[in-house]
Design a protein around this ligand. Structure first.
Ligand SMILES: NC(=O)c1ccc[n+]([C@@H]2O[C@H](COP(=O)([O-])OP(=O)(O)OC[C@H]3O[C@@H](n4cnc5c(N)ncnc54)[C@H](OP(=O)(O)O)[C@@H]3O)[C@@H](O)[C@H]2O)c1
Length: 318
């Protein structure tokens, strides 16, 4: 698998071009299956994993995905080889109740305490990439910026990132940080189909964010790139935000290119993300080794100019 370098000019991380999503590990994906998936990912050259301190809380056990990764890295002796991104801010403060109104947010105490908790869960000294999982507008941005910068300055974390956050808020946070460490990675929802965004929703990669990232040398990450399996599984309907008139033209182009390449629609979506002028790092989820094999094969897929033009030109952006 090809690799990419993430850097904020201070810390550099060499990562595989696919980042494996582990949101359901220890929850929908049993630990033994997760270990098989992780073994195969490592064997294929993958070293980059995405988790969060809250994953698992929807069945009452926040941090279970981190703990599964920690147990796997320890049992295989590979903690030094892997680059693990985790997130803070969306863990519930009331065990067993994941209601968003109870999430911890970004007071400095929560950030510092949970960085230590995530290090213990993962069994590592340093969190390689630490994201603000959400945009908490109830906490003074200065407090959040200072807490994250302090963690990076002390070496508790490597790089900093933001997720589900409006571009102007990322820019403001980076401005407040001045010369101190700040966000160099941005993780948003993104796939081949454009999504309709409702008022107050800032969780997508927009053209504005792409422009900002190019100008400021930020790395972009696409979460949920496979729409939970809806591209390939006839039993899974398109999520409502993607089910709009132009989606059909996009899907027709996707399936046409997939047929030309004898590939699956999932593979073409991932290859398309990796082919963009400034590639986005996809964070696909898989629940079996077979799904992982399909995902890994996407990194070998070549899209020629006419296929890229067909994909780019289908439908209109909305
Ligand atoms: N920053 C954030 O707020 C945020 C939010 C969501 C996710 N994430 C990250 O993004 C990662 C991926 O998210 P996601 O799970 O929503 O992503 P996704 O990649 O859109 O969907 C993954 C699901 O697609 C299905 N799938 C995969 N390969 C398939 C195949 N070959 N055939 C049929 N179905 C297939 C599987 O569903 P089945 O298990 O049903 O088979 C799998 O669990 C997460 O693990 C997490 O790390 C971040």
């Amino acid at each position: 698998m090809r690799t990419r370098t993430l850097s904020d000019g201070r810390v550099s991380l060499r990562v595989s071009e696919l980042c494996l999503g582990t949101m359901y590990f220890g929850y929908r994906t049993p630990e033994a299956v997760a270990f098989d998936i992780l073994d195969r990912f490592l064997d294929a050259g993958g070293n980059f994993l995405d988790t969060a301190n809250c994953y698992g809380q929807w069945h009452g056990d926040a941090g279970e995905s981190e703990r599964v990764l920690g147990r796997w890295m320890k049992s295989r002796g590979v903690a030094g080889q892997m680059v693990v991104a985790t997130k803070v801010g969306a863990r519930t403060t009331v065990a067993g109740n994941p209601d968003a109104r109870l999430w911890q947010g970004f007071g400095s105490r929560a950030i510092l305490a949970d960085a230590d908790l995530s290090r213990r869960n993962l069994g590592v000294d340093r969190l390689d990439l630490y994201y603000a999982h959400i945009d908490d507008r109830d906490t003074l941005l200065e407090e959040t910026v200072n807490a994250f910068a302090g963690l990076a300055e002390r070496g508790t974390v490597g790089l900093l990132g933001a997720s589900n956050t409006a571009t102007w808020r990322i820019e403001r946070a980076r401005g407040l940080a001045q010369r101190r460490p700040s966000y160099s990675c941005v993780q948003q929802r993104y796939t081949y189909l454009p999504a309709l965004q409702g008022p107050g929703e800032f969780d997508m990669i927009s053209e504005e964010l792409k422009d900002y990232a190019a100008a400021e040398n930020l790395t972009l990450f696409a979460y949920s790139p496979l729409l939970g399996g809806a591209y390939c599984d006839p039993d899974k309907p398109l999520p409502a935000a993607y089910d709009h008139p132009t989606a059909q033209a996009r899907l027709a182009a996707l399936y046409e290119v997939a047929a030309q390449l004898d590939a699956s629609a999932n593979q073409v979506v991932l290859a398309w993300l990796l082919h963009e002028d400034r590639p986005v790092i996809p964070i696909p989820g898989v629940s079996s080794v077979a799904q992982l094999e399909e995902t890994l094969a996407a990194t070998e897929l070549k899209l020629d100019d006419s296929q890229l033009a067909r994909l780019a030109g289908a439908g209109v952006q909305c």
